[in-house]
Structures are given as C-alpha cells and as structure tokens.
Design a protein around this ligand. Structure first.
Ligand code: SF4
Length: 357
C-alpha cells in the first residue's frame, strides 16, 4: 500500500474550489436541516432527481420543527417516487428526536449526530464537517473507491478490521489547523472527496487525467483502477445432506475412494458419497454386481452434523457388510484399520471409522 502525500487534503480542497460542484441548492449553507435532508435524499438517488425533490420538500416542511410535527402521510407523500421509504420514515423519526432530545437544534458533533435515527457514521461526519467544521471523515462508497485507489489499499473491506483501518487512514488524511481554518477547509475537503468520487474517479471509467492526485495514485500508476476497492461478498451459509457408504469387507477393511481435486475434502480419501439413501443402495448394488451374496442388509448408523466454514453438512453413514470385496481400482481401495492413520481422511470420516465401527 502506498502513502498519500502530505498535501493530499490541500490538493483536494484546491481542486474542489476550481473544478468541484459549488452551486447545488443544498450547498453554501451551514443549516444542518438542509444539509441533512440533502444527504439522506442523495443516498441511492441521483443528483438530478434530488434537484427536483429537495426544493419541493423544503417548500412544505421548511425546518426540523415543521417536519417533526407533520403527519407521516405528508412526509411519505413528499418522498413518493424517491424509493427506499425507510429513509423517509427515519427522516421523520430523526426530526422528532432532534425536537425531543435536543430542543429542535441539531447537535454539533458527529458523535451525537450518529445517535439519531437514519444517520450513519459517514452522514454524521458530512453534516458535522459541512455545518460545524468538525474534523470528521466521510467514507461512503464513492470515497472508499477514491481512497483505496490512491493508496493501493488492497485489504478486503468485507472484513471489519480492514474497514476500520481505512476509517483511521481517512481521518489521518483530513485537513489540519485551528478551528477557524477548519471551518473553511473541512466543508471544501469533504465536498472535494464527494466530487472526485462522483465525477472523476468513476467506478468503471475513471478520468485520471483530470484528477488532482493522479501523480501519486497507486492504482493509476499500476493501471489497476478496477482492482479497488476490494470487497468480497459475504457468503451465505448453506446446508447439504450426504450419505456415506461405509462398505466393510473381511478383516475390517473399508472401501475408500479419492475425492475430486476440487470442492469439499478435495483430494482426500473418503467413503463413497451419495446424495440420498436410494442412490447409495443403487451404488452398492452396482459395485457388488451380485457377488456380495453373503452381504446382509445395509444398516443406517447415527447421522451427525459436520460444520464447515460456509456450510452445514448432515452426514448419514450406512454400514454395508461386503462378503466378497470388489477389486481395488485407481480411484479406490480396501484399507485396513491399521492403514487409516496414514491415509488423508476428512476429520469426520476418520472419527466415523474410528468410533462407529
Ligand atoms: Fe481515481 Fe484515477 Fe484519481 Fe486514482 S488517479 S484517484 S484512479 S481518478
């Protein structure tokens, strides 16, 4: 990972002043009601759409007290068409909380703002930095893209520790100075990062030639812009039932086959696996080919659960006594109990063979 230059914040703020967006209706104000309303509307919604809704909403509900006192139907009606209606319900609840808990005045710190309904860490930081000049970092999806590319930050943001570390870096990069300086620099810097993410460092085709940090950007230097940010999807847990044929021949030998090279227990030896009981019985019949005449009826052993990282495996062993073993092959062989220890067996299969037989 690279290090951002010391003048990172200065570059972003200088660029924003000249090339950024400075005339949107929710800018050039330190009124937290307007800033908050615009931030919530802009989540998952295009600027062009918000340009239409924002003035209409303000026209009917011009301040936090009016919003708090409005019937829920009025709020939902003004929101109608913006989608994600939980935002509207949270907006209403947040206005009521501001009135009830803070006497109708938005708190001035990101930490307190974050305690209000519907205000996450990044939104709280945006309001605090725009309205009160607080040195608080935003880290929405656009800003994550900008920072991870500039830094070549390749840690997986699906991991909470990696995301926490990026918050720390984002905080470290913020402008520094006294309160008066931050009152000007913080809104400019915060807006600059938002603008970079929205109009320059685009997800698919970043306009690196127009970027104020292109000469220090790791992703641009390596031509690997699309590699950042790294975020794997959280895998959902799934479950499966496997039927294990424990075929036991003379001298306690058990038939073991090598698992395929990929997938669960790849390359290990294992009892044959079937999707259900009927398939197991058919598989056994195919193996014995009528030569297992002395074989008794297969017997189900107690089923048990084996927990893998992303899957619950319900294992159903079935014991079959085989009087006349079929020949060893390239894929499988009859293994005596003394050999099991030296064979690569999945742990639950080893337990099964050691305990159940
Ligand atoms: Fe994004 Fe390109 Fe700027 Fe790097 S140089 S931050 S990839 S726009």
């Amino acid at each position: 990972m690279g290090a951002a230059p010391e003048d990172f914040a200065a570059r972003v703020t200088a660029w924003q002043a000249v090339h950024g967006r400075n005339t949107l209706p929710w800018q050039n104000t330190r009124d937290p009601y307007r800033v908050w309303l615009s931030e919530i509307m802009l989540q998952q919604t295009q600027v062009a759409t918000v340009l239409d809704y924002f003035p209409r909403f303000l026209g009917r509900l011009p301040d936090v007290q009016t919003l708090a006192a409005a019937p829920a139907d009025v709020v939902l009606e003004l929101w109608s068409g913006l989608g994600y209606y939980s935002r509207a319900r949270n907006l209403h609840a947040c206005a009521q909380a501001v009135v009830e808990r803070f006497g109708g005045v938005f708190p001035h710190s990101a930490a307190l703002l974050e305690t209000l309904p519907g205000i996450g860490r990044s939104t709280a930081a945006a309001i605090a930095s725009f309205c009160f000049g607080e040195r608080a970092a935003i880290l929405d999806a656009n800003v994550k893209r900008v920072l991870t590319r500039v830094l070549g930050y390749g840690a997986d943001l699906a991991r909470p520790a990696a995301e926490r570390a990026l918050w720390e870096i984002a905080t470290d990069l913020l402008p520094r100075g006294d309160a008066a300086g931050l009152a000007t620099a913080m809104p400019r810097y915060t807006q600059g990062l938002m603008d970079l993410g929205a109009v320059v460092c685009l997800a698919k085709k970043p306009n690196c030639l127009l970027c104020p940090v292109q000469d220090v950007c790791v992703a641009q230097r390596e031509g690997r812009q699309s590699a950042y940010p790294v975020k794997t999807k959280t895998l959902k847990r799934s479950s499966a039932s496997w039927w294990l044929l424990v075929a036991r021949g003379p001298a306690g030998r058990v038939w073991l086959e090598r698992r395929p090279a990929t997938g669960i227990w790849a390359g290990l030896h294992c009892t044959p696996v079937f999707a259900d009981h009927a398939a197991l019985v058919a598989g056994l019949a195919a193996q014995t080919g009528g030569k297992g005449g002395a074989q008794v009826e297969p017997r189900e052993l107690p089923a048990f659960l084996h927990v893998l990282t992303h899957r619950d495996l319900y294992l159903h062993p079935v014991l079959a006594e085989v009087a006349v073993p079929w020949p060893d092959t390239a894929e499988g062989r009859w293994a005596a109990p003394v050999d099991w220890a030296a064979i690569g067996l999945p742990a639950p299969v080893r337990k099964l063979l050691d305990g159940a037989l």
